[in-house]
Design a protein around this ligand. Structure first.
Ligand code: 2HG
Ligand code: ZN
Length: 463
């Protein structure tokens, strides 16, 4: 550890755990994008808030960039350290600190995994309702940094609906205690909400107050096979009117083929353009009946060709696997992942338009459509042919994103619904945000982090 900046850090914080081994730098320097070569200066693993503050103050004085780091399951490069940054990993701060039964709050450290938070909530007879496929590895701090969405946004909203308070260390090293569990607070700007989704560019989350709630009622899960995109919207509208939805997720037949090839069991005969996993409250016989009636009506209208109702928890899990298993099934093909949203009403036209653009402009790419259709959030994954080199695919990615960004601008959509901008989408921020908005965002960043030490190069193009 010869670097004078690290020697100074060691002198200031003798207890701080610091890693400089090449294997550790490689491990902590990347996220799930795997597109950049990790090259951090070192990895710091603070144990408490004072150490985080110490590191941030050191970074300001030594002009070292910090990459705040959680479970690094991100898909936008927000936690990549490829330019000599210090990775500030919160993994050692992973305790549940307190449960407040009156306010139904769980006070946790940022490195706690989402799954551990969910388990802790259940131990108190409650739930933390945010849920993502990467629940076992992603961290609460990372969820907050990206305002993570996931599988039940249609019922519960995003992470931002469930954060009742936040302690953050700003880029200037100040500790802020935001909202403190208050249900109501009209005393000015809500800085807590500003932190949520800021991708580590304003502050480092060092503690969070998670709002818990009562468990959802028992549910029923159905898999439906649909003939086309218009039917998707009609079925959504029909079910939404008749049952209390817990989830409404879709995938295309190509998505299904990949999951089946990866070992999942087929649940419907025949080939359908799209599939929907619909989950709804079904504790009461009347609720189950309403779901079955909706299914019948959709069939009568020709919006659903076939469907199956899970008869057990195991069958429900098998149906969910068809949707949740897509990311893993596609991973070996190195897909380009997109994460766009439009207003729900704009979906059919947007989908048709982008399908035609991709078919005409990029016939060599395999396109897999899936995602949170009930939230207007599509994950369009683009798979290169086996023979395509990484440089050629890199160029195509740029072309596809430009095309998508233009379509999103036309439809008033967003280039990132839930994965964040990070490095992957920073050139395209202006497709979703006006120049005036971006200027205000930069100004906000400068107020929280005057020297630009927190995650520079993420979210915005150049600092
Ligand atoms: C999901 O909804 C995740 O499953 C991952 O957001 C999406 O793999 C993807 O593109
Ligand atoms: Zn998603």
């Amino acid at each position: 550890m010869q670097d004078p900046r690290l020697l100074e850090l060691r002198r200031r914080l003798p207890q701080l755990r610091l890693l400089t081994d090449p294997a550790d730098l490689a491990y902590y320097g990347q996220d799930w994008t795997r597109r950049w070569t990790p090259a951090p200066l070192a990895v710091a693993l603070p144990i408490d808030i004072a150490e985080v503050q110490g590191v941030v103050c050191w970074a300001n004085e030594q002009h070292v960039a910090i990459v705040p780091s959680g479970g690094r399951t991100g898909l936008s490069g927000g936690a990549v350290a490829a330019n000599g940054e210090l990775v500030l990993s919160l993994t050692r701060m992973q305790r549940v600190l307190e449960f407040d039964p009156i306010d139904r709050l769980l006070r946790v450290q940022p490195g706690l995994t989402l799954e551990a938070a969910q388990t802790a909530a259940r131990e108190h007879g409650l739930i933390y309702p945010v849920d993502l496929g990467s629940r076992g590895s992603c961290s609460i701090g990372g969820n907050i940094a990206t305002n993570a969405g996931g599988l039940h946004v249609i019922r519960h909203g995003n992470t931002r609906s469930w954060i009742a308070g936040l302690k953050v260390v700003t880029g200037a090293g100040e500790l802020l205690d935001l909202n403190r569990g208050l249900v109501k607070d009209a005393s000015g700007y809500d800085l807590r909400q500003l932190m949520i989704g800021s991708e580590g560019t304003l502050g480092v989350v060092v503690e969070a107050l998670l709002q818990l709630t009562a468990p959802l009622p028992a549910s029923q899960v159905m898999l439906l096979g649909l003939p086309g995109v218009d039917a998707l919207m009609q079925v959504f509208d029909l079910f939404r009117a008749r049952v209390s939805l817990q989830a409404f997720e879709f995938f295309s037949d190509r998505g299904l083929q990949h999951v089946l090839a990866n070992g999942a069991r087929r649940a419907l005969d025949g080939e359908h353009a799209y599939y929907v996993v619909v989950e709804f409250d079904a504790a009461l016989a009347a609720e189950r009946q309403a779901g079955e009636e909706a299914f019948g009506l959709a069939q009568q209208q020709g919006w659903v060709d076939d469907g199956v109702v899970a008869q057990s928890a195991a069958q429900a899990a098998a149906l969910w696997r068809l949707r949740e298993g897509i990311t893993e099934a596609l991973a070996p093909r190195g897909p380009y992942k997109t994460d766009v949203s439009v207003r729900i009403g704009a979906l059919p036209e947007f989908v048709r338009e982008v399908q035609a653009l991709l078919r005409d402009g990029f016939p060599q790419l395999e396109v897999v459509w899936f995602g949170h259709i009930g939230d207007g959030n599509l994950h369009i994954n683009l798979l290169p042919p086996e023979s395509m080199g990484s440089e050629a695919f890199g160029n195509l990615r740029g072309e596809v994103t430009s095309l998508l960004a233009a379509a999103l601008s036309r439809h008033g959509g967003s280039i990132s619904a839930e994965h964040g901008i990070g490095l992957v989408k920073r050139e395209y921020l202006s497709s979703s945000r006006s120049g005036a908005e971006i200027a205000l965002m930069r100004g906000i960043r400068a107020s929280f982090d005057p020297n630009g030490v927190l995650n520079p190069g993420k979210l915005f193009t150049a600092d």
